[in-house]
Design a protein around this ligand. Structure first.
Ligand code: ARG
Length: 397
C-alpha cells in the first residue's frame, strides 16, 4: 500500500528541516515540502535542500503578487495596524501560506498539513484556523509543538541524520516577507534592552543615514498606490522600492511590547519601511478626501480589522464584510501625497486630490474668502442652545 503523505510548510531552516525526517519517522509518512515566497525567500536552495533531506517532492510557489493584491492591499486600504504600531506583515502572510498548503495537500493527496510553529505564538493559531476554514477535513500537525526537543537536541537529531545544521547560535527568531520583517527572542527578551544594531537588516541606524532628506511623491487611486515620483509600478515593485528607499533613511523600525493572542506579552521588533510610509501617506490622503464621519468610523473599523488579522481570522465572513465597507470608503481616495524621509522619520509634507474636500475659499483668512461669517452667528445660537438652556436652569456648576 502506498504510504500516507503529509504536506509540510518548509522554510529551509533548522526546525522545518528536522521536521521532514521527524514526520517520516513518527508518522510513517512521506513528506512533500512546500516553500512559499511572499518576498525575500530564495526558493531553489530550499527546494534542493528539502529533496536532499528526503522529501518525496518539493513544491515551490512564488506568492508575491497574490500576497500584495489579496492581503497587503486590503489591509492597507483598511488602515490595519495592530496596537497602533505593527503593520501585520507576519500575520497577513499566514493565511496565504495556509491556502498554498491546502492546495498542495489536495494536489498531492496528503491527509495532513504540517508547519514549524511553536506552541507559544500567534502563527500556529493563524495557520491552524486558516486550514480549518479552507479544508476542515485536513489534519494539522505541528511537530515543534509535539516533539519537546530543545534547540541543542534538535541539532543533535539533525546531525545524526545528516541534515545540515547551522553553526553557532542563532541570535534572533525572524520572519520576513514583502510587508515587513519580524524579529524576536535573544537580547530582545529583556524589554529594558535597546534593540541591538544586529537585529536590523532592512533599515540603517540614524547615525548612518544621509544628512539630506529624500522626498517621495506617491500617487494613489481608490486607496491604493499606483506610482512613485510619477513612475507607475505594480504593487510588488512599489513596496520593494519603498522598502529600500525608506530603509536607507532608517524609516520603519518598530519596537512593540505586544499582546499575543495566547495571552503572553512579548517584546517584538519590526522593520517595515514600505508599510510605515504607505500607511501614513494613505491616512493623509483619507484625511483630505473623506468626511469627518467617514474617518471616525473607519478608524474604528481599522482597529477591528487589525485584531481580526492578528488573531488569524482572515478567512471569515466578518473580514469580508469589513472589506466591503472599506472598499466603499475608498472610491474617492485618489490623489498624491508627498512624504519626507529623514534620519528615521517619515513625515507627510503635502497632499492633493481632485476629490479633495479641503476648500481654499472656505479655509483661507486672505482675500478670496467665501465663508459666510455672518451665518456663523445663527449657527452658534442654535448649537449653543442646549448649553444656554441648561445653564439658565441649573447654573454652570
Ligand atoms: N509577533 C508577530 C506576530 O505575531 C511576529 C511573529 C514572528 N514570527 C516569528 N517566527 N519570528 O505576527
Amino acid at each position: 500500500m502506498a504510504q500516507k503523505k503529509i504536506a509540510l510548510a518548509y522554510s529551509g531552516g533548522l526546525d522545518t528541516s528536522v521536521a521532514v525526517r521527524w514526520l517520516q519517522e513518527q508518522y510513517d509518512a512521506q513528506v512533500v515540502t512546500v516553500t512559499i515566497d511572499l518576498g525575500m525567500v530564495d526558493l531553489e536552495p530550499a527546494r534542493q535542500k528539502a529533496l536532499r533531506i528526503g522529501a518525496v517532492n518539493a513544491i515551490t510557489v512564488d506568492g508575491k503578487a497574490v500576497f500584495y493584491d489579496g492581503y497587503i492591499a486590503p489591509a492597507l486600504k483598511a488602515g490595519a495596524v495592530y496596537e497602533d504600531v505593527y503593520p501585520l506583515a507576519t500575520a497577513l502572510g499566514r493565511p496565504l501560506i495556509a491556502r498554498y498548503m491546502v492546495e498542495a495537500a489536495r494536489r498531492e493527496g496528503a491527509y495532513a498539513v504540517a508547519h514549524g510553529c511553536t506552541g507559544k505564538g500567534n502563527d500556529q493559531v493563524r495557520l491552524d484556523v486558516s486550514v480549518a476554514a479552507l479544508a476542515p477535513d485536513l489534519q494539522v500537525i505541528a511537530p515543534i509543538r509535539e516533539w519537546g526537543m530543545s534547540r541543542e537536541e534538535e541539532i543533535e537529531y539533525g546531525r545524526a541524520r545528516n541534515i545540515p545544521v547551522p553553526e553557532g547560535r542563532n541570535s534572533y527568531s525572524t520572519d520576513e516577507n514583502l510587508w515587513g520583517r519580524s524579529i524576536e527572542t535573544g537580547d530582545l527578551e529583556d524589554p529594558w534592552n535597546e534593540p541591538p544594531e544586529d537585529a536590523f537588516q532592512w533599515t540603517r541606524p540614524v547615525s548612518a543615514c544621509p544628512d539630506e532628506p529624500s522626498y517621495i511623491e506617491i500617487a494613489f487611486e481608490q486607496g491604493l498606490p499606483v506610482s512613485i515620483d510619477g513612475e507607475e509600478m505594480d504593487g510588488v515593485a512599489l513596496v520593494d522600492h519603498l522598502n529600500r528607499r525608506a530603509g536607507d533613511h532608517g524609516v520603519g523600525r518598530i519596537d512593540h511590547l505586544e499582546n499575543r493572542l495566547v495571552g503572553i506579552k512579548s517584546r517584538e521588533v519590526y522593520e517595515a519601511p514600505a508599510a510605515v510610509v504607505l500607511h501614513s501617506a494613505h491616512k493623509a490622503l483619507e484625511a483630505i478626501t473623506l468626511s469627518k464621519e467617514q474617518v471616525r468610523l473607519k478608524t474604528r473599523i481599522a482597529q477591528e480589522y487589525a485584531d481580526v488579522v492578528y488573531n488569524g481570522l482572515w478567512f471569515t465572513q466578518h473580514r469580508r464584510d469589513m472589506d466591503a465597507y472599506v472598499d466603499s470608503t475608498q472610491r474617492h481616495v485618489s490623489g498624491t501625497v508627498r512624504v519626507r524621509l529623514l534620519k528615521g522619520s517619515c513625515t507627510v509634507v503635502g497632499r492633493r486630490s481632485p476629490n479633495a474636500l479641503y476648500s481654499y475659499e472656505l479655509a483661507t483668512y486672505d482675500r478670496g474668502d467665501k465663508f459666510d461669517h455672518r451665518a456663523a452667528e445663527g449657527f452658534i445660537s442654535i448649537f449653543g442652545l442646549p448649553v444656554r438652556t441648561q445653564s439658565q436652569v441649573q447654573g454652570d456648576e
